[in-house]
Design a protein around this ligand. Structure first.
Ligand SMILES: Cc1cc2nc3c(=O)[nH]c(=O)nc-3n(C[C@H](O)[C@H](O)[C@H](O)COP(=O)(O)O)c2cc1C
Length: 148
């Protein structure tokens, strides 16, 4: 039997989305690869180490910080150039501080345009979570809902 495999893709500037992405990769009950979308100095994305080929993965988790103030180009760029995403299951997460903007909806639309199936989406505000235990519980519920 072929082993199910997941990809966790994220961008992060201050580190919170990275922290959540690592938790998700650790908590998924099968093998997971994790890849960060970073910029080079000219604001273009660094394609040297990031995974773009979705072919080996049964599910792809994609995370980004939210910003209603300006478009966050990193994850948008990844969505534009990722390969073999058509027909794949995609679960989205954003981290935000106060007022989530339209990032989640924008990501859902971009993935649907590429033929992916959105199987879950989660907004995570550390100010509302309170403790590490509740953070882990939130992620556990998110992952188990997707599996069902
Ligand atoms: C320029 C900028 C704009 C932001 N805009 C919003 C916003 O509109 N709504 C919100 O809830 N949080 C906003 N945030 C907060 C970030 O989304 C939040 O801190 C996020 O968790 C940061 O993720 P990171 O640590 O992975 O970079 C903004 C942060 C920055 C730096």
């Amino acid at each position: 039997m072929i082993q199910k495999r997941a990809l966790v893709v994220y961008s992060s500037s201050a580190g919170y989305t990275r922290h959540i992405a690592k938790d998700i990769a650790d908590m998924i009950p099968f093998e997971a690869d994790i890849t960060e979308v970073k910029t080079l100095q000219d604001h273009k994305i660094d394609t040297r180490e990031t995974i773009f080929d979705c072919e080996p993965y049964a599910i792809i988790f994609v995370g980004s910080p939210d910003s209603a103030l300006f478009p966050s180009p990193l994850i948008n760029s990844w969505i534009s150039i990722c390969e073999k995403i058509k027909g794949k299951d995609v679960a989205l997460f954003i981290t935000y501080w106060g007022y989530p903007g339209t990032k989640l909806r924008e990501m859902e639309r971009m993935f649907r345009d590429k033929g992916a199936n959105i199987v879950g989406s989660l907004g995570i505000n550390p100010n509302e979570i309170g403790s590490r235990e509740s953070e882990l519980l939130l992620l556990k519920r998110f992952i188990s809902k997707i599996q069902n």
